[in-house]
Design a protein around this ligand. Structure first.
Ligand SMILES: Nc1nc2c(ncn2[C@@H]2O[C@H](COP(=O)(O)OP(=O)(O)OP(=O)(O)O)[C@@H](O)[C@H]2O)c(=O)[nH]1
Ligand SMILES: [Mg+2]
Length: 323
């Protein structure tokens, strides 16, 4: 018996899709099995979307770009899903994407599905659920999935590990502040857009793009492909079509020559490793003999009487998996 939601999701029923994602995001132990069954049924029908991750400093215009690009793609007849990885929402108590005011037009489009980001849990958990929500959207027939990183830090790596094209947005002042962008994020980027290239900022944006292109050439010296740097504005719409062409061309080329399949299977393996890590950590923390000794050993470490490494080894030696 396939999962009761599966066939409605596969028929593109939006209500069913929303329910499916709620189930997948649920942290209730009683929902886990049902969610796994559903995902198992949907899995053969996933993989057909262009998956795009969008990152950049707070305020650089990620949500506005998604609104402009998303509407443009809907106009072209594409079905667009928008998701977010938002590890901060458990702290702020509400999700930024949940406040749909910034994507009002896109949210109203019949071809768009804008999903507030799940709140709470660890980054690993939040990101894993976003990835599974992405698979649900693909099974429901969405052609493009846009994933916004909210907050900075690790969410960038998590999003980069679930998409085909990872787009970094820079502000026109980026030339001066390139040092401020973490090297790691630059390394993850497949494509860079210097955003807000409009009005007085247009000239600065062009300069920033040139500087960024030079920096990327140095960064990627020797490792083949140097990401392109484009300029664009979500307010005027200039450069947004060219941005989509760059994304679509890249995704199509990767699909054609096998790089996409390779990248996606490497990503799946990484998610499996992360899941093993989380599961082992949970089991370890719940092991009674570990729990008994943990306070004593961590006090020893805190007081400088024992090396952290030694304490960790002692605890690991105490760990007994449940039979
Ligand atoms: N001039 C100009 N301003 C823009 C453009 N795109 C966005 N903005 C403005 O930049 C501000 C931030 O935009 P958001 O789209 O909320 O930026 P964000 O990166 O999603 O921000 P966070 O989600 O808070 O990290 C808003 O005031 C937008 O109106 C653009 O193309 N040109
Ligand atoms: Mg935003």
């Amino acid at each position: 018996m396939p999962h009761p939601l599966a066939s409605s999701v596969l028929h593109g029923d939006r209500k069913a899709l929303a329910h499916a994602i709620t189930l997948v995001e649920s942290q209730l132990a009683s929902d886990q099995e049902s969610a796994a069954e559903l995902l198992h049924a949907l899995l053969p029908h996933t993989g057909n979307a262009v998956r795009v991750g969008i990152t950049g400093a707070p305020g650089v215009g990620k949500s506005t770009l998604i609104e402009t690009l998303g509407c443009k793609l809907c106009d072209q007849g594409k079905k667009v899903a928008v998701l977010a990885v938002d590890p901060s929402s458990s702290i702020t108590g509400g999700s930024i994407l949940g406040d749909k005011t910034r994507m009002t037009e896109l949210s109203r489009r019949a071809n768009a599905f804008v999903r507030p980001s799940p709140g709470g849990g660890t980054l690993g958990g939040v990101a894993a659920r976003t990835r599974e929500a992405m698979l649900c959207c693909e099974a429901a027939g969405f052609d493009v999935v846009l994933v916004e990183t909210i907050g900075t830090g690790q969410s960038e790596t998590a999003v980069a590990t679930m998409v085909d094209v990872f787009l970094l947005l820079l502000s026109p002042a980026a030339g001066d502040e390139l040092q401020g962008i973490k090297r790691g994020v630059m390394e993850l980027a497949d494509l860079v857009l210097v955003h807000k290239a409009d009005g007085d900022l247009a000239a600065a944006a062009n300069r920033a793009a040139q500087q960024c292109q030079l920096a990327l050439r140095v960064l990627h010296a020797g490792d083949g492909e140097i990401p392109s740097v484009l300029t664009g504005s979500s307010t005027t719409g200039v450069g947004i079509e060219a941005l989509w062409q760059a994304i679509a061309t890249r995704a199509a080329a990767m699909r054609a020559d096998g790089r996409l399949a390779k990248r996606r299977s490497a990503q799946s393996t990484q998610w499996m490793q992360a899941a093993i890590h989380d599961a082992l950590h949970d089991a370890f923390a719940q092991c009674p003999s570990v729990q008994r000794e943990w306070p004593t050993l961590s006090a020893e470490v805190a007081q400088g009487r024992m090396l952290p490494h030694t304490a960790a080894k002692k605890l690991v030696a105490l760990y007994r998996p449940e039979a």
